[in-house]
Design a protein around this ligand. Sequence first.
Ligand code: ADP
Ligand code: MN
Length: 178
Amino acid sequence: ASLTAKTRSLPNILITGTPGTGKTTTSADIAEALNLKHLNVGDIVKSEKCYESRDEEFDSYILDDDKLIDEMEPMVEDGGCVVDFHSCEMFPERWFDLVLVLRANTEVLFDRLTERNYSEKKREENMTAEIMQVVAEEARESYAEEIVHEVQSNTVEDMEGNVERVKQWVAAWKQNNP
Ligand code: ADP
Ligand code: MN
């Protein structure tokens, strides 16, 4: 199978990053601005029960990757999706035309995760993951270098800039894929 689905009439965009970096807020804005479909993968995992079990210690789900991919395939195959998830290595490479990795400073993330009432353990785990650039490295290992873009998501201005950047990128994609 080819890596890029040339049959898509609209691109698929993946918004990834450590929890709290702003994926859902940014994805919703992009979807609204460009009339695309926002797929919050965490919600799909829960509603379609795409997990093997729940990890009580880490307060998270052990994903059933195969089930998740099967559920999502028909949603993404025609393009036009903004996919929002804190991990990215399980998705087929061919699904995405653009991968944005949102980044946030440690203090910013601390405040956001505290506000979200994360346990201290979960907060520390996510802050360490952000400092260690776990999601950014995962994205670079999973997708072609030229489609992966790391962007800051500390301020509202950052977010507006990121939405604007995606708008321009989609406009260019449409020109190149008439
Ligand atoms: P994620 O989906 O990555 O876990 P959210 O989009 O839920 O993150 O954002 C977490 C919190 O941080 C929300 O309260 C949101 O309003 C805020 N937030 C997200 N991105 C930004 C940003 N770039 N600037 C300011 N606040 C932000
Ligand atoms: Mn989210």
